[in-house]
Ligand binder design. Structure first.
Ligand code: ADP
Ligand code: MG
Length: 697
């Protein structure tokens, strides 16, 4: 529902028309702008909550004073780290991984092997430098000089993250092309393989008996030993670091790319996101978190057996993530802690209650039942309850949103953008301008596209001059959308060539084509449904921003201005549509009207600073006044220097904006010409209306 439909449009600019009044109501986004609004919306409340939590976490060992409790809490920190890692893979990027514990195992065994007595090669001069660095020791056993690995926990903690990330990428590279169920099955297999390898590669892992004698960490010559407290504090530190890293990643270009992939892969790639690279990145970083957790966990237990990393563990981590809230950083930590506490305390208590009840009713079965090992039962119950009553988890990643107030909705009516009003400062890039030159911007030569036996495009030739507006019309099924898919690399042409500024683009992946300067919208709108309007438009800028994962986490001096300029730029773009989008920047797109979704999609395409904009039926679902308003806005963009190729059915829109009209029918180019010529063309009328009707028209 869009209450702004009452707006009257004045496409013909009246001289002296006052149009600047309401612009001041649009504010730049705040410096800390949460794309995925968490539970702590107000910064003050958020900060206070975090400080309180931190104080409690630090004071916990003193509050309880009980080693068993501290030990359980220490285990909970390890699982919280795992949940944070899996959250990146499943929650942020939407890749269902059922074998995540494999990376936990890799991190665990890396540390275990490099600090225990499991492998002791012959000593030789080669090892001397390592001995000098304290990584190995020379020991003499039965007259043999052997190498004993003594790599420090503090080195292994980051290193095992790197090792696990390496395996994540290695494993991900061939499999991440698979989607959904297929990926889940392959990860399930990988999750089974790693413990099996650990069980059978005895020389490396000591088989089912597990690694023994893993050295406990030391700090300033204080050895942790079996005291639970220092491990607990290391765990808290690790959780804090991973929360920090997850949050920074989530709020950066990287996190936006992941969430775009999760919401719509095709749109993500068409908006310039390299799917393979960003999926691998999620997989690698997620695996890295697991690797660090593995080292921590094994250092704490001082043993590693294959059973610690089996399928049930992967399931448990997944349940933690689902319980807390997919994609919610604080949620998954809460989920992990709750589930650990439930397992270590609740199941014991439950057993006692059931036993007491059994004694009461003289049931021998109930009075002797032991539920402490029934954690899978617990997982099952939790999953069913969560799916029935709270699918988004305990702390949802997305806040539920209130509708705009009456005043907010109606403040918009005063704002009307006319073509001549559109200005863009082109922050941080060369903007839309095309280089005037002899080559046409887009040259489509004899392109043929087939779907099996169906010829969707048959030797089509189209030229789009730089700075032109070309409209493509034709009945349904005539191949218009296929033309766009072929230009943007989503569909492969069987024959022909497509030159963009003289460069062949057939065969390039969609994200490369966007990078070159072709952006598009989709006929059946493809927005990133869980993201806000602002985040959707920000994704459009992906290819024009540079931040990598490390600079996103560190918020490097280069990254901050880039992000700031990007946010300022999306506000400018949203203002092309007057006040229709601007007050909705922080709303998720699912709540928008159809017309506003189209506007968001156009804004997202514009955010990529394209030189050629492809619009696929942009006015579909808009009423006449809205359509004409959009036509004006498109004219304004054209006046800024943008070249436009538009598929459009509404002939009054076409006549208003296009310099040239191309008519497609059954995959053939029927004709091309000026809008008025095409309108009178016999063959066109026939294609649209049928032979008999055309005669009467
Ligand atoms: P238009 O946008 O002009 O309505 P399309 O380009 O969507 O038409 O479709 C042209 C023809 O190609 C239609 O017959 C359609 O069914 C077919 N087509 C489009 N995409 C595919 C696909 N991915 N697989 C098979 N057939 C397709
Ligand atoms: Mg179409």
């Amino acid at each position: 529902m869009d209450t702004m439909d009452t707006t009257t449009v004045t496409p013909d600019a009246k001289p002296g028309h006052e149009n600047t009044n309401a612009l001041h109501t649009v504010e730049a986004p705040p410096a800390r702008w949460h794309w995925l609004s968490g539970p702590f919306e107000r910064p003050g409340v958020r900060r206070a909550t975090i400080v309180l939590l931190a104080v409690f976490a630090l004071a916990f060992p003193f509050i309880t004073g009980d080693q068993a409790n501290i030990d359980a809490a220490g285990n909970a920190t390890a699982y919280a780290c795992l949940a944070l890692g899996l959250n990146i893979v499943v929650g942020f990027c939407g890749l269902l991984d059922l074998g995540y514990a494999a990376f936990f195992a890799i991190g665990a065994y890396s540390f275990g092997i490099l600090t225990s007595w499991q492998i002791t090669p012959e000593w030789s001069g080669f090892w001397s430098p390592f001995a000098a660095l304290g990584l190995v020791q020379k020991v003499v056993q039965n007259g043999h000089a052997l190498v004993h690995f003594t790599v420090s926990f503090w080195i292994m903690l980051p290193l095992s993250g790197v090792i696990a990330a390496f395996f994540g990428v290695l494993f991900g590279a061939p499999t991440l092309r698979l989607r959904g169920d297929y990926l889940a099955i392959v990860t399930l297999g990988f999750g089974e393989i790693v413990p099996i390898v650990a069980r059978n590669w005895s020389s490396l892992t000591n088989g089912a008996a597990g690694l023994n004698g893993i050295a406990s960490p030391t700090i300033f010559s204080y050895r942790f030993g079996i005291n639970a407290t220092p491990y607990y504090y290391v765990g808290i530190g690790l959780v804090a670091f991973l929360i920090f890293a997850s949050t920074r990643l989530r709020d950066s270009r990287i996190g936006r790319a992941w969430m775009a992939i999760r919401d719509d892969e095709i749109a993500a790639s068409a908006m310039g996101i390299n799917l393979t690279r960003f999926k691998l990145l999620a997989f690698g970083i997620g695996a890295g978190f697991a690797g660090m957790s593995g080292t921590f966990y094994v250092a704490k237990l001082q043993t590693a057996t294959p059973d610690m990393f089996g399928f049930p563990v992967s399931v448990m981590i997944l349940v933690m993530v689902v319980l807390g809230g997919l994609g919610s950083v604080w949620g998954v930590v809460l989920g992990a802690v709750l589930l650990q506490l439930l397992q270590s305390w609740f199941l014991g208590d439950l057993t006692q209650w059931v036993n007491a009840f059994g004694t009461l009713i003289h049931s021998g079965y109930l009075s002797s039942i032991d539920l402490t090992q029934a954690s899978e039962l617990l997982f099952g119950i939790i999953l069913v309850i969560m799916m029935l009553y709270r699918r988004e988890g305990l702390i949802p990643a997305n806040r539920r949103q209130r509708a705009l107030s009456f005043e907010q909705q109606h403040a918009t009516v005063q704002m009307q953008k006319r073509a001549s009003d559109i200005t863009l400062s082109q922050i941080g890039g060369e903007g839309y301008r095309h280089e005037p030159g002899a080559v046409p911007m887009l040259e489509i030569n004899d392109v043929t596209v087939r779907f099996g036996g169906l010829v969707a495009l048959n030797k089509v030739n189209i030229t789009v001059p730089a700075g032109g507006v070309v409209a493509v019309i034709g009945p349904n099924g005539s191949g218009k959308s296929t033309l766009f898919n072929t230009i943007t690399g989503l569909t492969r042409a069987a024959e022909g060539s497509i030159l963009f500024n003289g460069q062949e683009i057939i065969g390039l992946p969609p994200h490369e084509i966007l990078r070159l300067g072709i952006a598009r919208t989709f006929q059946n709108i493809r927005l990133f449904g869980t993201l806000t309007v602002a985040a959707n438009i920000m994704v459009g800028q992906h290819a024009r921003l540079k931040a990598g994962p490390i600079s996103a986490i560190l918020r490097s001096p280069k990254n901050l201005p880039e992000e700031k300029a990007a946010r300022a730029w999306i506000v400018e773009i949203a203002q092309i549509f007057g006040n229709r989008l601007a007050p909705r920047l922080t709303q998720t797109v699912v709540g928008l009207s159809y017309a506003n979704r189209r506007r968001v999609e156009i804004s997202r395409a514009l955010a990529s600073k394209p030189r050629l904009l492809l619009l696929d039926e942009p006015t579909a679902g808009m009423n006449t006044s809205e359509s004409l308003e959009l036509a004006e806005q498109i004219k304004g963009l054209h006046a800024l220097g943008l070249t436009i190729l538009i598929i459009e059915h509404k002939l009054d829109v076409v006549t208003r904006i296009a310099d040239k009209v191309i008519v497609l029918d059954h995959g053939d180019k029927l004709t091309e010409g000026l809008p008025d010529e095409v309108r009178r063309n016999e063959a066109v009328l026939e294609a649209y209306l049928g032979r008999g009707a055309a005669a009467h028209a």
